[in-house]
Design a protein around this ligand. Sequence first.
Ligand code: TC6
Ligand code: FAD
Length: 633
Amino acid sequence: MKCYPVPRENLVLSIDNLKDDIPEEYLSHKECYENVIRKGSVLYDIFSELSKDRKHKAHQAPSNAYRISDGIMQNVNPFLLHFALFVPAITNQATPEQQAEFLKHGFGIIGTYAQTELGHGTFLRGLETTATLDLETDEFVLNSPTLTSYKWWPGGLGHTANHCVVMAQLYVKGKCHGPHLFFVQIRDIETHEPLPGLKLGEIGAKMGFNTADNGFLGFHNFRIPRNNMLMKNSQVLKDGTYVESKNEKLTYGSMVFVRVYLLSDMAYMLARAATISVRYSAVRHQSHIKPDEPEVQILDFVIQQHKLFISIATSHAFKICGLWLWQTYSKVMEDIGKGSMDRLPELHALSCCLKTTSTRDAGWLIEQCRLACGGHGYLMSSNLPSLYTTATAAITYEGESTVLLLQTARYLIKSWKRAMEGESLPATVSFLSEYFNKRYNKWENTPKGIVDGLKLVVAGVTKMCAESIQKHVSRGQQYEEAWNSSSVQLIKASEAYSRALLCEVFWFEVDKVSSTLSNNLAVVLKQLAELYITYWALEKRGDLLVYTTISKDDLDKLQERYEELLALIRPNAVGLVDSFDIRDEILCSTLGAYDGRVYERMMEHALKSPLNAETVNQSFHKYMKPVILKHKI
Ligand SMILES: CCC/C=C/C(=O)SCCNC(=O)CCNC(=O)[C@H](O)C(C)(C)COP(=O)([O-])OP(=O)([O-])OC[C@H]1O[C@@H](n2cnc3c(N)ncnc32)[C@H](O)[C@@H]1OP(=O)([O-])[O-]
Ligand SMILES: Cc1cc2nc3c(=O)[nH]c(=O)nc-3n(C[C@H](O)[C@H](O)[C@H](O)COP(=O)(O)OP(=O)(O)OC[C@H]3O[C@@H](n4cnc5c(N)ncnc54)[C@H](O)[C@@H]3O)c2cc1C
C-alpha cells in the first residue's frame, strides 16, 4: 500500500480539478453530474493508485478512503457502487479463478450492482430478468421480457459504469433455478457506447442522491459466456448440470455485507450532523435564561441539549455496535468458509434490524440537528439538508426498512418457539428463554437494569405476536395470512429487539474497554452510554410499564438522572464533537467549521450565489417591469 500523497506525476488528471468554481447546489441536473464525474475521476485515479498493491479480499470492510469524496462531492459519488457493491459482490460470490479474471483490470473497469427492477425491489424471487443457458454456444442469453423487468435504480448505471453484476432468474434446460448473479459488460471500454442488445439510461431527478447517476437497463437477447455466472456457491456446468448451493440464500450475501457496513456509515453521517449543530449552538447566542444577564449560547438551553446530545451518543452507539456486528459478520463468514451455515440466520436477523434502526435513527436525528439550527439549518450551505437526504435514502436501499424488520421478526418468532420447546438459543436471543423466570424480577434503575428491562419488552412483545398469529390461525387463517394480520405487532417486536441490542452492546462494550482508558475519557464515554440507555428507557416507558416491574417513581428518578447527564455532558459537548475529528473540508458546512466563523462564512457563501453576480436580474426588465409600470399610479 502506497502512502499519501500519491505523486502528482502518477495521476492522469490534475488535483486542481477537485475544486469547484460554483457551489454544486447552483448547477443543473446535467451540470451536477458532469461536475462530479470531473472530480470523481481524479479521486478514482488516486484511489486506484493507492490500492494498486492491495489485493481485494472477500469480507473485507470497505476502506475509509472514500470519506474524502464526501467532502469533495458533497453529494453522492457515482463511482460509489463500484467500491461498495460491485467489487464486494465479485469477491464474495465468484470463484477465485473468476475473481482473478473479472478483477484483472483493477480500476480499468467501473461497475455497479444491478438487482432492482421497475416492478420488483423487495421480493427478489419475483425478479423477471432471465438468464437462459444456450448449451450449443456455452453462453447465457439475458432478456428483459417486460417493461417491469427493466433494471431500475442501480447507482452509476445511467452513464458511469461500463460493467455490472446483474441478478437474473437462471434457466437451464427449461427449469428455473431462481435468482443468480452474472458479471456483465454493458458499455464499450473505449467509446463508452452501450453494447448492442442493451437499452440504458438514467432514471431522473430524485429527492437527494442526485449525483449517484441511478440508471435503467434492459436486455434483448444479450449474450455472455457461461463462465460469467458468479459460481462460488452454485454452478452451471458445460453440459447444463446445475450444482446447488449449500444454502441458496448465500446469493444474497452482498446485501448482508452492505447492511452490516451501513451501521458504521450511519455513525459517521450522524457524527457530521452532530458536529455541525453542536458547534453552531455554541456560537449562536439568542435570548436570555436569566432576564438580567446577557443572551446565552443556545447550547445552554436544556431542551437544545436534549435535542443534540442524543446524536453524539447515538453516533458512538452505532460505531461500537458497528464494530461488534462487523466482528460477528467476519466470524460467520469464516464458519461458512469451513462449511457451517449455523449462524447465517442469526447474522441475517441482526443485520436486518440493525440496518433498519440505524438508518431510521440517523434520518430523524439528522433532521433534529437541522431543526436545532433554526432557519440557518435550512440553508444548503449548512450541509444538513444534503446529509439528511443521503441518510434517509439508506432507509430504503439495501432492503426496505419494514421488510427487513419483518425478516428479523421471523427469526424472533422461530426463536420464541424454540425457547418454548426448551431448545438452547444463540446468545443474542437467549433472553427469550428467561422471560418467564425474570418477568417479575424487581426493577433495577441502572443501565444494566434498563438493558434487562428492554430485553423483557422484546420477549413480551414476541410472545404477544406468537399468540396473535396463533389466534388468527385458530380462526381459520393460513399461517402467512395470520402473519400479515399480526404484522403491526411483529414490527414492534423487531424494533424493540434492535433497541435492546444497541443498548446492551453499547453499554457492555464501553464498560469492557473503560478500564483501558484514561479515567476522564472512561467517565465521559460512560456518561454518553448511560445517556443513550436512559433516553430510550424514557422513550419506551409505556412498554416498560407493561412488560416489567418499573414504577412511576423509578421513571421519575430516570428522568432526573437524564437531566443530570445532560448537565454533565454540556461542558464537554464541543470537545466531544471535535473529537469526531472531521475536517472542515469534509464537513462542508458554513455552520459547523472548527473556527466558529459562522456568520462570515454564511455571507461569503451567499455571495457565491449566481443571483448575486448582478445587481439587477434580467427577469426584472423582461417580466416584472411591464407589470409594475402598468399598475403604477
Ligand atoms: C449506495 C446505495 C446502494 C444501494 C444498493 C441496493 O439497494 S442493492 C438492492 C438491495 N435489495 C434488497 O435489499 C432486496 C431486499 N429483499 C431481500 O433481501 C429478500 O427478497 C427478502 C429477504 C426480503 C426475502 O427473500 P426470500 O423471499 O428469498 O426469502 P423469504 O422471506 O421467503 O425467507 C426464506 C428464508 O431465507 C432467509 N433469508 C432471507 N434472506 C437471507 C439472507 N440474506 N441471508 C440468510 N438468510 C436469508 C429467511 O430468514 C428465511 O429463513 P427461514 O425463516 O425460512 O429459516
Ligand atoms: C437512493 C437509492 C439507491 C438505490 N441503489 C440501488 C442499486 O445500486 N442497486 C439496486 O439493485 N437497487 C438499488 N436501489 C433499489 C432499492 O434497493 C429498493 O428500492 C429497495 O430494496 C426497496 O424495494 P422496492 O422499491 O421494491 O420497495 P417496495 O417493496 O415496493 O416497497 C413499497 C412498500 O411496500 C411495502 N412492502 C413490500 N413488501 C412487503 C412485505 N412483504 N410485507 C409488508 N410490506 C411490504 C414496503 O414496506 C413499502 O412500504 C436503490 C434505491 C434507492 C432509493
